[in-house]
Write a protein that binds this ligand. Structure first.
Ligand code: HEM
Length: 571
């Protein structure tokens, strides 16, 4: 197996991190978000009291079996599961609570395999009898409770419990809201209501992630009056057509990455296959009616149209690589399942952007001088998108005299397209993709950073991989992700491919955030015992486009290795 390691221009964490020790970098936070999957409360008695009801004429979608055993023993769960399977039942959920002295309570949610609904009284009695043969104790089997949307609406506070419905199910999400990767504020919008209309906008929940599975683990019953299927027109109908070569993780909103096969073809990624990371439908904005508002503390408010931006400031060009904070998450998933889109390494792309410097607009047009920053204690510059999201960067980054944060209206010599943020987007070189806000509507100088999950949520903060839930952690105190760390990846040969013991060309890319350039890439074919330095290739060619901070460029790299020769030297 081949490994590569990369050395960047600055060593913010010291060299030790590059030599085998684990780098605590911003990508590790996903382990903690993932831990939500382990959130399942095993303490069944601490759940809000369920109102069991006698079975009514309408069949319930599932039945609940509670099997309280006097003395639990290893293997009892699997024996009980076998019995339920033999009874032709689908097991939707199974848990054990063991905090009642030596007693344990096994809890199963089951469905009849054939009818797909809950069990009749006769079947429930059969199941009860079969389970009671396994161990001494008490077994109750009851239909899944049914609640009306009015009853769900009564549960919209922490005190009363927070319930939501989804399709025909009712869910108690009280303990989950603080851990929601999309933020507490967003999920609370649906407290006591159906989440169906919310998830029609945030369709990433029903994509390839684990949100549906997580929700199912919180189900407490059926909804007696589920919403009708008519949902009106889909807000994603006006999204642009997309290139079929992209690897799609979600369509609504679109999240798609560049395939490895195309990655090394061209240093500047062609626009049609640039990675896409959206949070909402793509907004349709008429460039003639477009207005950008610049305001906030220490500024004089101005509103600019597209023509103002193009004609009142010098046009600048910046070549930069933008990378999603979740890039390469699928590799972390191989260590421990995480939460969120399982990106390969294609959630990053490079372009030559054309536009105007943010600092020139802020200083020369909105009057945000360095003196005003100090006098008004400005700390952040917030970007609000016309799609409804917002994010911010530190004011030092926005105003640095050597920096080149861009308000871009061109991408690879073409007018910026709708998909990538037209008419104007922010490009913040070296900083996590989410701060490179598309469809920019407002820029605000502020003492506080942006609100919302994309700035303050757990998905954009770093935690130790040992953090499995957020109990006792003050999320506000953890800084939001800005610069991304150094990395490199082998693109070819593909991971897991079998190669001849001969000359092979190993190729890949290396990149570092925060303006740190790549100094060297080393490759090992013997699990890190010996290293050979690769040649840095493309990326150097881009120098003529690059402004002051040319070291931020990533590189493609390549190395010809004679595997036979290397291996025989070790023998
Ligand atoms: C009630 C059950 C819910 C569960 C189990 C749930 C679960 C999740 C999960 C697992 C993610 C991470 C997904 C990813 O990164 O791909 C997520 C993200 C998110 N959720 Fe939820 N969610 C729920 C309700 C809601 C509601 C009601 C809203 C909106 C009002 C919402 C808005 C969001 C947003 C905005 C994100 C971030 C998406 C992004 O960054 O693109 N969620 N949620």
């Amino acid at each position: 197996m081949a490994f590569c390691r990369t050395v960047a221009g600055h060593f913010p964490w010291g060299l030790g991190h590059l030599r085998g020790s684990r780098t605590v970098d911003s990508t590790f936070f996903y382990l903690s978000a993932a831990a939500l999957a382990v959130w399942l409360d095993s303490n069944e008695s601490s759940r809000p009291r369920r109102h069991f009801r006698p079975s009514c004429c309408e069949a319930s979608s599932s039945s609940i079996i509670k099997f309280r055993v006097d003395n639990d023993r290893p293997g009892l769960l699997s024996e009980a599961t076998e019995i339920l399977k033999k009874q032709q039942l689908n097991i939707r959920d199974a848990r054990i609570s063991t905090n009642e002295d030596s007693r344990a309570c096994h809890f199963y949610v089951v469905q009849d395999k054939i009818s797909g609904s809950g069990l009749s009284e006769d079947r429930l009695a059969q199941v009860r009898a079969a389970l009671q043969e396994l161990a001494s104790g008490d077994c109750q089997a009851e239909p899944w409770p049914r609640y009306s949307s009015k009853e769900v609406a009564e549960h919209s506070s922490i005190e009363k419990g927070i319930w939501v419905s989804y399709k025909d199910g009712v869910y108690d999400i009280t303990k989950f809201v603080a851990n929601h990767p999309g933020g507490k504020d967003k999920i609370m919008l649906a407290a006591g209501k159906a989440i169906d209309p919310f998830w029609r906008i945030y369709q990433q929940h029903t994509g390839r992630g684990n949100a549906v599975e997580l929700l199912e683990s919180m189900r407490i019953g059926d909804l007696s009056d589920p919403p009708t299927a008519d949902c009106g027109s889909c807000p994603y109908n006006t999204d642009p057509e997309r290139h079929p070569a992209l690897i799609f993780h979600n369509n609504k909103p679109c999240n798609a990455e560049l395939p490895a096969e195309l990655m090394l073809d061209s240093w500047l990624t062609p626009n049609p296959v640039w990675f896409i990371r959206h949070h909402h439908p793509v907004p349709c904005i008429n460039p003639k009616q477009y207005r950008l508002c610049v305001d906030g503390v220490g500024t004089k408010k101005v509103t600019l149209c597209l023509e103002d931006i193009k004609s009142r400031f010098l046009k600048r060009e910046v070549v930069t690589t933008i990378q999603c904070g979740g890039n390469r998450r699928s590799e972390l998933d191989q260590i421990e399942k995480t939460s969120g889109i399982p990106w390969g390494f294609g959630a990053m792309s490079t372009a030559k952007f054309g536009g105007v410097y943010l600092r020139e607009v802020l200083q020369h047009c909105a009057g945000l001088s360095h003196e005003n920053v100090e006098a008004f204690e400005v700390k952040h510059v917030i970007f609000k998108s016309l799609d409804g999201m917002e994010a911010s960067i530190p004011v030092e980054k926005a105003l640095s005299p050597y920096g080149d944060v861009l308000l871009a209206y061109e991408m690879n010599d073409e007018p910026l397209n709708m998909e990538h943020g037209a008419p104007v987007r922010v490009v913040v070189p070296g900083v996590v993709g989410v701060r490179n806000v598309k469809w920019l509507g407002q820029i605000t100088a502020s003492r506080d950073e942006a609100e919302g999950p994309w700035q303050r949520g757990i998905a954009y903060k770093g935690f130790s991989p040992m953090v499995k839930d957020l109990k006792g952690i003050d999320i506000e105190k953890i800084p939001s992700m800005q610069d991304l760390p150094i990395q490199s990846a082998i693109v070819t040969p593909k991971a897991g491919s079998i190669v001849e013991l001969d000359d092979i060309e190993v190729r890949g890319f290396a990149w570092s955030g925060g303006g740190r350039g790549i100094v060297r890439v080393d490759v090992s074919i013997d699990e890190g015992n010996t290293w050979v330095t690769a040649d840095l290739l493309d990326g150097k060619d881009a120098a003529r486009f690059v402004s002051e901070c040319s070291c931020r460029r990533g590189h493609f790299w390549s190395l010809l290795v004679n595997i036979y020769h290397c291996l025989s030297e070790q023998m």
